[in-house]
Design a protein around this ligand. Sequence first.
Ligand SMILES: Cc1cc2nc3c(=O)[nH]c(=O)nc-3n(C[C@H](O)[C@H](O)[C@H](O)COP(=O)(O)OP(=O)(O)OC[C@H]3O[C@@H](n4cnc5c(N)ncnc54)[C@H](O)[C@@H]3O)c2cc1C
Length: 507
Amino acid sequence: MKLTRRSFLTAVGLAPLIPQPEPQAIIVGTGYGAAVAAKRLGEKGIKTLMLEMGQSWDQKGPDGKVFCDMLHPDRRSMWFKDRTEAPLETLLWLDVVNRDIERYAGVLDKVHYPNMSVYVGRGVGGGSLVNGGMAVTPKREYFEKILPQVDADEMYGTYFPLANKNLRVNTIDRTFFETTEYYHFARVSRAHAGRAGKKTTFVPNVYDFEHMRKETLGEAPRSATAGEVIYGNNHGKASLDQTYLRDALATGNVTILPLHRVTRIQPGYRLTVEQIDTDGKVLRTKEFSCRYLFLGAGSLGTTELLVRARETGDLDLNEHIGQGWGPNGNVMTARAVPTGFRQSTIPVLAIDDWDNGVFAEIAPMPAGIETLTALYLAITDNPERAGFRYDRNTNTVTLDWTSEQSRPAVQKAKALFDELNRSNLTTYRYDLFGNNKAFSDDFTYHPLGGCVLGRATDEFGRVRGQQNLYVTDGSLIAGSVGANPFVTITALAERNLARILTEDLNR
Ligand SMILES: Cc1cc2nc3c(=O)[nH]c(=O)nc-3n(C[C@H](O)[C@H](O)[C@H](O)COP(=O)(O)OP(=O)(O)OC[C@H]3O[C@@H](n4cnc5c(N)ncnc54)[C@H](O)[C@@H]3O)c2cc1C
């Protein structure tokens, strides 16, 4: 083999900066906002490169499956952890929920900050690989409150319907819902909410409910009915690799490089990128350049890159970068109630008490046994926001959320569930979240904000003070959206891209 400079440097692992051919546009990440940008740029004929730090989840493991389930987690479950970190710590105070695993580039990450941990998806498709698929269009009044600079008529008339269509959102057939044992748990909580004078509402999803119905009849491969969700679904769910990203690749103008982590952004734009293997080893450090740079690395990923760029002096950015972050008021709680041992992993019903600031999804707890658990993930109207801080010594970015800031969320959730317990003579579960807590208020599935629309960026996601630099993900939304966020992230990205493509890329 002829030893070139490049192969020599690569072989000795010196991680050199290897210049790469230049695409017109680069997108960091492959989640919702990134996938919308890729489809629209690709359709416009713009050569686009997507850089994703996680894997491309298209290879089957030794068990013939791409993803592992929640009851038998293996190394595929989590992003470089020694042990799984499921939202429930224990069951009956017993350490039976989590398992030791090998460190590996798994699909679900839990990022820890001092008083708040954030779950995020890692892989081509971002959060769409691990989420519950709940596809909720927020209440218009609340949307107008949190995003006043966005034309709500246009969003509700054009971009929410467009996002719902492209994401393949569907709703459960009511007869199926009322009769299948897999939603007994949801019907129980609905009855209890009713007794407390609270209303429930059906929630659309990107999981194909016809597939699920066939699963229950043994006519389709099982996924939602086989304990698969937060570590990935092998069947049934229209994750982004099957929707927006597939469309983007079909244009022939989009390339995706998995296991490529962007670490630095310099003017031009020049990106420093580490290519890693599935064991986390840095194989090489590359440099990419582009004219148009879209950041879709999620609320944490995008904010971290821009805070670091500002604080190290790489980019001239304003003081709003790194501000306006919130956990969408997430609080998890559980009540002691028989809910059945067969449970679909896909939530379809929520207690809508938004007049009192709570929208609580009725969550499953599929354990294969009766656990006497009615589980809820409440989205609350918590006005608290936090900022990110750069630590020069460690070159890391950390979140300044305090535990007191979770209090308004817990108070609102507690008011609702106290009412449910009173009306149904039931109690909370204290054995699930550690420290005998009835409410888990120190993690979120819904990180939002950090580069808020109209402050860190203009009204369409163009980063202030920069040319051709765009934010296209959940970091645009200031900490709360009053519903599960991915439909809003998608619709907002569609709206912003439509404007950017007409005004900026026609130059
Ligand atoms: C367990 C779970 C359940 C959820 N359930 C729901 C639900 O039912 N309904 C709902 O609406 N929402 C749900 N969510 C939230 C939803 O998935 C997120 O709001 C959504 O994925 C955010 O989209 P995004 O475009 O902002 O970025 P993400 O989807 O987070 O994508 C960001 C991508 O960028 C990559 N990345 C980050 N940094 C870098 C870097 N430096 N270099 C390269 N790549 C990078 C990440 O690996 C990731 O793939 C859930 C989330 C979780 C974790």
